[in-house]
Design a protein around this ligand. Structure first.
Ligand code: HEM
Length: 413
């Protein structure tokens, strides 16, 4: 009797597949159609519909504190190691639930309101123009290394009044640290990520202590004043906060400028339109965030039974303790929300409804800043040069949580 192996189940969510990592959008479409509530191999429930993602992110019945609330597969050494690491230090605002989340968020939200951020515009324009003057002389620019990384990095450094001499090292630590957040991270990635934290934290502590001795009117001095005041912000919380602000300021906006510029170069009609029409300046940045956002997914833990509709109208119940992977990039390409989602349309009327900055209480604190930085960088670049052309194939970093290219060489005239 011949033996036939049963067909292997198709893995609809496979971050280890290089094709998936290179271009996840077709995979998201298939998931959304065939299994919008999908249990992945590692036990996460992958959500790809806009409505499900949005509801979960805004729900009061979910937690962002995986360490405290998520069921853990004790046989998975990577998951166990991650949990133990999270137990090591204070949680950052991103991993806290109310009331701690509310307390920490209140301390900094004033510094990040759209109005406060708008005050940074002239400084950001000046930084961008310096870079573009240099590019004009040479007729070329390496967009990531010369503009997309250094501008957001300098802005967050100035906000916190941090020195910038060790930019390259800091960038390296940040990249290594975020590589440890990828679902494909190996034990050696986690080793490297811990080593990076062990270098970054003492560096920051040194600066924090200097600032305590000589406070200024920067954001870090403001946080230190709160910490000195009593028990609203502990020393550990302060450090986690500064690490998060710093890393968020490095690793995300760079990819909005990079992915956004690449999308425009691949849609030259849209690029031309934007160059000539300043009334698009706000909606266009939102459309770039929707089209290919830097953060592709985030997580929540179900705290009570949650009901979702499956592909065939059936009810799927997720029990408390299960981790929900809300795929922001998939929500942003859901045709039920966005007409012709795979088309870049800078005048899309509902572009601002994207979930690239998440939603609910953890909605990105730096959203206004990121939009200002990317808007200034891209509009000044495309209005300064009539001719912008790719000078080589862009290379996507091999990542799925934070998505971006590592090099984007351009010829400009
Ligand atoms: C295009 C650039 C950016 C993107 C796409 C982005 C995306 C996100 C997302 C998706 C979250 C929420 C994750 C969740 O719900 O689990 C978040 C939170 C956060 N982001 Fe951003 N971010 C960007 C830039 C920035 C910048 C420039 C800063 C600060 C300087 C920043 C600071 C933060 C902080 C502090 C949080 C935590 C907020 C909270 O938990 O209440 N982000 N960001």
């Amino acid at each position: 009797m011949s033996h036939v192996d049963p067909p292997k189940p198709v893995r609809l969510w496979d971050p280890f597949d290089p094709d998936f990592r290179a271009d996840p959008y077709p995979y998201y479409d298939r998931l959304r159609t065939e299994a919008p509530v999908y249990r992945s191999d590692i036990g996460q429930v992958v959500l790809t519909r806009y409505s499900d993602v949005f509801e979960v992110l805004r729900s009061n019945d979910v937690s962002r504190d995986l360490e405290a609330n998520a069921l853990l597969d004790e046989s998975n050494p990577i998951a166990v190691r991650r949990r133990n690491r999270r137990r090591g230090g204070a949680k950052s605002i991103l991993n806290l639930d109310p009331p701690d989340h509310t307390r920490l968020r209140r301390l900094v939200s004033k510094a990040f309101t759209p109005r406060a951020i708008e005050g940074l515009r002239p400084r950001i324009e000046h930084m961008v123009d310096e870079v573009l003057n240099n590019a004009a002389q040479r007729g070329k620019i390496e967009l990531i290394d010369e503009l997309a990384f250094p501008v957001p990095f300098r802005v967050i450094s100035e906000l916190l009044d941090m020195p910038t001499e060790r930019a390259d090292e800091l960038r390296g630590w940040s990249q290594t640290l975020t590589a440890g957040l990828e679902p494909t991270a190996t034990m050696s990635d986690l080793d490297a990520s811990e080593a990076a934290i062990n270098q970054l934290v003492p560096y920051l502590i040194e600066i924090i202590e200097q600032r305590r001795a000589e406070p200024g009117d920067d954001l870090l001095s403001g946080l230190l004043a709160v910490e000195d005041d009593g028990d609203t912000l502990s020393y550990e919380e302060l450090i986690s906060f500064v690490v998060l602000l710093y890393v968020a300021g490095h690793e995300t906006t760079v990819n909005l400028i990079g992915n956004g510029m690449l999308a425009l170069l691949r849609h030259p009609d849209q690029l031309d339109r934007w160059r000539q029409d300043a009334s698009l300046d706000v909606s266009a940045v939102d459309e770039l965030l929707r089209f290919d956002g830097p953060v592709q997914h985030t997580v929540r833990v179900a705290m009570s039974p949650m009901r979702f509709e499956g592909a065939h109208g059936e009810t799927i119940t997720i029990e408390p303790g299960h981790t929900l992977l809300t795929v922001l990039g998939a929500a942003n390409h859901d045709p039920a929300m966005f007409d012709e989602p795979d088309r870049l349309r800078l005048d899309r009327p509902n572009a601002g409804k994207h979930t690239a900055f998440s939603a609910g209480i953890h909605y990105c604190l730096g959203a206004s800043l990121a939009k200002l930085e990317a808007g200034v960088a891209i509009t000044r670049l495309i209005r300064r040069f009539d001719h912008i052309e790719l000078a080589g194939e862009p290379h996507w970093r091999d990542r799925i949580t934070i998505r971006g290219v590592d090099h984007l060489p351009l010829v400009v005239r």
